[in-house]
Ligand binder design. Structure first.
Ligand code: SAM
Length: 274
């Protein structure tokens, strides 16, 4: 028989305290210990739910040192719930390291589903939900950030980003450079009183960004132009496609030469009379 306890990864609300499942409440009541990103924050939720439990802090800076204590308790048969300040642990929140370690030690990890900001932003965004990529927060380090922006530029799938309020404007200005006229939506203050979905164009979003308060998810439409372009096979079709996009003849010749990996002169001669 397995003498280990289980680690329950429990999602908590992202604003509205009613967004917690019956199962999550049951688990929080039943476990021996709750490992929380910020014990004071979680205490408020527990008080609201009338639950009294021992708490241990498990935040970003203590992740590696605290995991040994938690693993030890799990190995002694205690059941532990892991929660973060908001939403799903492990999603831009601590959890990953502890969960990997539990799996290494053959400790059962059980997800308890619930709120997650990017999932809710996506489903109400009005953008394609079939395929998407979630990139979390863009890295601050220059080279890594440039690579991620390049990924966004090329992605044909819907892209989701988290962003802090004081960095929103900078990020939107950088996005403007790479997404041209692709749609962009900002999901603000999800599940809270001031929840809103801003579906303006990017210039308008940049203009109002200084006045926006709260928490944000940025959702960006996939790069449809490249899909359309890839579907087009012949040089003539490419010419018409770029023309419809408003490019000049000179620009079109350059683009087709690049797409088809031939010299500009070859294309120039072909479309001399256009
Ligand atoms: N674990 C959380 C989850 O499951 O979504 C994410 C935690 S991460 C540290 C915090 C970021 O998530 C915020 O900066 C914001 O981008 C996004 N976020 C969290 N709650 C939100 C909300 N109510 N509305 C919009 N975005 C939110």
């Amino acid at each position: 028989m397995d003498k280990n306890g289980s680690l329950y990864v429990v999602a908590t609300p992202i604003g509205n305290l009613e967004d917690i499942t019956l199962r999550a409440i049951k688990i929080l009541k039943e476990v021996d210990l709750i490992a929380a990103e910020d014990t004071r924050h979680t205490l408020k939720l527990l008080n609201h739910l009338n639950i009294s439990k021992p708490l241990i802090s498990y935040h970003r800076h203590s992740e590696e040192s605290r995991e040994d204590t938690i693993i030890h308790k799990l190995e002694n048969g205690e059941n532990v719930a892991l929660v973060s300040d908001a939403g799903t642990p492990g999603i831009c929140d601590p959890g990953e390291i502890l969960i990997k370690k539990c799996i290494e030690k053959q400790i059962n990890v059980i997800p308890i589903p619930g709120a997650c900001a990017f999932v809710n932003a996506l489903i109400a965004s009005g953008l394609d939900t079939k395929e998407f990529i979630f990139l979390g927060f863009l890295p601050m380090q220059k080279k890594l950030r440039k690579n991620k922006l390049e990924e966004i530029k090329k992605s044909q799938k819907t892209i989701l980003l988290y962003e802090a309020p004081h960095k929103l404007k900078k990020t939107l200005i950088e996005l403007k450079e790479i997404i041209s006229d692709r749609k962009i939506v900002i999901a603000r203050e999800l599940t809270k009183i001031h929840e809103e979905f801003l579906r303006e164009n990017i210039n308008e979003l940049i203009n109002i960004s200084d006045s926006l308060k709260g928490e944000f998810v940025i959702i960006i439409e996939g790069n449809k132009q490249d899909i359309e372009k890839n579907e087009i096979k012949t040089e003539e079709e490419l010419y018409e496609f770029y023309l419809s996009q408003g490019f000049s003849k000179k620009e079109i010749i350059k683009k087709i030469a690049k797409d088809k990996n031939v010299t500009k002169n070859e294309i120039y001669i072909k479309f001399l009379n256009k």
